[in-house]
Design a protein around this ligand. Sequence first.
Ligand code: SF4
Length: 366
Amino acid sequence: MNPVLIEVRDLEVRFPVRGKGFLNRGPVQEVRAVDGVSFDIRRAETVGLVGESGSGKTTVGRAILRAIDPTSGTVIYHGRQGDVDLAHADESALRDVRGKLQMVFREGGVPVHSLSGEALRLFRPRMSLVFQDPYSSLNPRMTVRDIIAEPLIAGGVMRDRAQIDARVREIAARCKLDLEHLRRFPHAFSGGQRQRICIARALVARPDFVVCDESVSALDVSIQAEIVNLLKDLQEEMGVAFLFIAHDLSVVAQMSHRVAVLYVGKFVEYAPTENLFFAPRHPYTHALLSAVPRADPDAVFDPIRLDGEIPSPLSAPSGCRFHTRCPFARDRCKTETPAWREIAPEHFVACHYAEEFDFSRPRAAA
Ligand code: SF4
């Protein structure tokens, strides 16, 4: 089993919501977009993150990357320092950068949640993001070469043009981009090619961890499969870990080693992919899986259908947040928050009655 790369503990992200109208402008309420999320991501592992729209998936990913600041909780990075300093040919600059990096990369891991200023800037190349929309996430005025090179320059990873060009060509080839394309602009490419450019940009600084935020959702099914295979190949070659955020469970199953299920800002289940898909223990996971089209029309299992919308995190239900839609809810569920507990090795769930449920699915149905 690979060592832990990212350790997330009690992560909380709250946003103030201001009242409407001229006389009511102060913060009146707080939205708990992410509420006490804890999990680990190992080196070269893909963790899938699923849940309905508005459950907080994107916020979890961005809080780990420090694209938004967590309100509380910790994110510890146990990775290597990387090659940030190799680019600084100037000796005094090199000493300066090495000194700062030693302060950032210390024993016990990098406290990503509390980094700021120069330390955060130096750390940023270790983690990266692939956006959902390959059309709006590429600057139409930049060539593909400049787009891919941007993280190297902005993150201070490299300064020498020849080194940058060599690195861009290397990652473009790995991402199966024609080197001739590096001189062109994004409008000349299809959706799949654009997403490969986005992946090359995310991986050019050789990060250990990448968040793929609905990165295949906007693509045709055949292109989705191509991008998923590319990500798996790159993971094998480069040892990068992914947090793969998606609402399409069949894509998540193909891509992930473990899967976490999020509901109104809280994890309800986290397990190895096989366990989660064939023997889920939480009614919400079972409901999500019930909605996945089945390849075998004769497969028998007992699906449940969810009524109503996911509640707003502004007025999250008391007790178990799923009790307003759970067909198995009892009185206790309305008042008592279920504990996050390990009911089998590596299988975590938050439901008072998880041991009573048997949602096992025939393999052909998944
Ligand atoms: Fe349903 Fe109660 Fe379990 Fe929540 S704790 S999922 S409401 S049975």
